[in-house]
Design a protein. Structure first.
Length: 351
């Protein structure tokens, strides 16, 4: 196996300081894998039952991991000691800017629903791909190289592009339902052409092949490479076989959000300190996440009341919820990008 020079990113378990975190380290792999394997198994046995309740994981994500996983964003600048937040006025400006982006995105849904829709898919793909790539670098010691962008695109494309290609009707229904909820109905007819789907398929295959090469070159050990490729194969299998609403809902809750919550457990105080995960840390994280989660649920309730006359099914309600998620994802993704760089700096200084 050919390797590149290891990056400055340090495997999270490399330092003796984190030896006691091994159980938490394993859970960050075991829980997402178990969730995806269980979904495959139960869907193969009871497809009709799971299809009837396909929206349940997405709806549960409002209170279980999904929506709460971004509810610490307001404290991240304080915990990481950003210069902007050394004064309360700076922190207040940060909160106003964050809320402003959310409200602006909600406004885009009412004026240009397809712009908001494609923006949501693109932002989600980049954010989820970045989250997985960063996870592999910190947890498996993966090296960073110029071609790592292929792995980022693949990891983001698996939960977004693969279901799009396998279940295009679900994506079309989502677009129409979200636009209807914001009183901006779309014109009749297909929302994308057959040539677009074909081009997207070819692009995804190319990214898949480049990512496999990237994994072989950047994985620090053969075991790490096998782990990465196994995750890709598992996710590919899930998103090809299981209906999009169900597979994406479970991925969002038990894969992306779960791993991000593991990262949040490492943000203990201002400035950032790294400590082994403990029950006390879990309780503190739960308390920290509660206020913003409740605020987001109140915002969601307000959107439901405003859109009530145009909501006719559980699918319409889910589309409105995803529209709010879309508005929250953009500032969250930008914040996480900065957060990861700061977190890496602290790891390097503490090693």
């Amino acid at each position: 196996m050919t390797h590149v020079q290891p990056s400055k990113r340090i495997p999270f378990t490399a330092s003796p300081q984190f030896a006691r975190q091994q159980p938490a380290f394993l859970l960050l792999f075991a829980v997402p894998w178990a969730a995806m394997l269980s979904l495959l198994w139960t869907y193969s046995l009871f497809p009709a039952v799971l299809e009837r309740y396909a929206l349940v994981p997405l709806l549960l994500s409002a209170v279980l991991f999904g929506l709460p996983h971004g509810a610490l964003d307001h404290l991240v600048p304080l915990r990481q000691g950003w210069r902007l937040t050394r004064r309360w006025t700076g922190w207040g400006l940060f909160l106003l800017a964050y809320l402003g982006v959310v409200l602006l995105y909600l406004g885009v849904w009412t004026l240009w629903p397809m712009v908001a829709y494609w923006g949501f898919l693109l932002t989600s793909a980049l954010h989820w791909g970045h989250g997985d790539l960063d996870f592999l670098e910190r947890r498996l010691g993966r090296a960073r190289a110029w071609h790592s962008g292929a792995t980022l695109l693949l990891r983001g494309g698996l939960p977004i592009v693969v279901p799009f290609l396998a279940f295009p009707d679900a994506y079309e229904r989502l677009a129409h339902s979200a636009a209807q909820a914001f009183h901006a109905p779309l014109s009749a007819g297909p929302l994308w052409s057959a040539s677009f789907t074909q081009g997207l398929t070819l692009a995804f295959v190319a990214v898949l092949l480049m990512s496999v090469v990237d994994t072989v070159r950047c994985a620090t050990t053969r075991r790490a490479a096998v782990t990465e490729l196994t995750e890709v194969a598992l996710l590919m299998l899930v998103f090809v076989q299981v209906p999009a609403e169900l597979s994406i809902g479970l991925y969002f809750t038990m894969w992306h959000a779960w791993r991000h919550l593991g990262r949040l457990l490492e943000l203990n105080s201002r400035p950032l300190n790294l400590r082994p995960v403990s029950l006390r840390g879990l309780r503190r994280l739960a308390l920290d996440l509660t206020p913003i989660t409740l605020a987001a649920l109140l915002m969601l309730g307000g959107l439901f009341l405003w859109s009530a006359p145009r909501l006719h099914s559980a699918e319409d309600m889910t589309a409105l919820y995803l529209a709010l998620i879309a508005a929250l994802t953009l500032p969250h993704a930008l914040l996480v990008g900065v957060m990861d760089r700061t977190f890496t700096d602290v790891l390097e200084r503490s090693h």
